[in-house]
Design a protein around this ligand. Sequence first.
Ligand code: HAM
Length: 450
Amino acid sequence: MSIIKKPIAKKPGEPVKKTAQPLSSVRGMRDMLPADQPYWRMAFEAAQKICDDFRFDRIETPVLEETSLFVRGVGKQTDIVEKEMYSFETSGSDKVTMRPENTAAICRSYIQHGMLNLPQPVKLWYWSSMFRHERPQSGRYREFWQFGCEMMGDSDAVVDAQLALISWKYLQSLGIESVVRINSIGTPESRLNYRNALVAYFRPKRSRMSDDDKKRLLKNPLRLLDSKDPVIQEMKMEAPQIVDWLDEPSKNHFMQVLEYLDEVGVPYQLDPFLVRGLDYYTRTVFELYEATDDQDLNQNALGGGGRYDGLMELLGGKETPAAGFSMGIDRIVSLLKSREDIKPPEEPIEVFVAQLGESGRKRALALFEELREAGFKAAETFSKSSIKTQMDNANRLDAKWTIIIGQKEVLDGTVIIRDMEAGTQEIIDAKKMVQELRKKMIQKSAETTN
Ligand code: HAM
């Protein structure tokens, strides 16, 4: 059924009023509505807490970067760069891109601001939105949020393990049990030999491949390993595994990472075909999945990361080993919402301020400020004049007390305190309002603990 209404002229000669078409958000992008905000807040506060605990400093970089940053950093032949970037030319002919990920941008910032001169490792975290023009489907948005941590200037395996630990602990602090899938993809040199072995394995089978996968075989054969096509999934079972091609130092590094993870009890699964979709990785790569009894292979990753020792040089900086991860907050929030047993913490309203008449309303404004400054969780609906409506609101918000002020109280310099649970009320000196409420709060919490 069409919802477009034909414009109707009311009187002859009167100009026709056009009914504006309602607009929607752009496909693949969405509003984060107030109902979801408690979950977003919960996810953000948990990120801030764990980053404070592990002494990471916050960084935020611009949404727009030069396109070449991602072409060089993420890799020309990745899906992100080939098909998913929001890129455009500005009126000044600059080629810019809305960041599809943040690691390359953080490296750009590290180089630009000479962070190499700071004590290493430099530990940075961010909470930012990313943009990828992907096919919209469950768990995939074109604007999505990531919380990420990057540790620059240290090649030790303990860094990789700590990052996996932080990402796992982050989910756990939200009530999500997860498992880390982990692999090592070695150095670019050792990967070259593996790449040749993969091509030799897949080439005789190419007639059964889709056109996209044939292209991958030619340009970036490692990408075949995370193809979702069941034909490739089946072929993959017998494919050579990268661990057998790792150079000795990478193998030892990986063993150390796993030993550290064992030490701190992070559950992990070795995934010999995990290669990740960005070209900058070296050695450790990992992804986090919800731990469920049914380890459905099509689950969306809740986060991913790894080591990228060559990226800084690729972007024009000095050779600087580094590693990091990003968590997909949209996916985490939708998981939190689906879980009956997880509820965002509530901030109960302690005091509601109700007013009667013009002088009562004026005084109520000041009382509200006094309560807020004293640290009370207060609420009001000053635009309403009916006391019944105001009391209904106080009840709906589950306020413990309501302060009522009308013309008489203004003249007497008093206020009424109503205990909403007991339904009793008393008149007190307005100057003692904060003091009285504090006393009552202490009494109430003593009653509930007894
Ligand atoms: P990524 O695997 O591309 O890695 O993204 C990390 C996480 O972001 C994914 O596991 C997923 O949860 C979420 N994500 C990715 N794309 C979407 C989407 N279209 N919609 C919703 N969520 C999405 C990176 O971005 C690297 N920068 C991670 C990293 C940091 N590596 C080292 N440091």
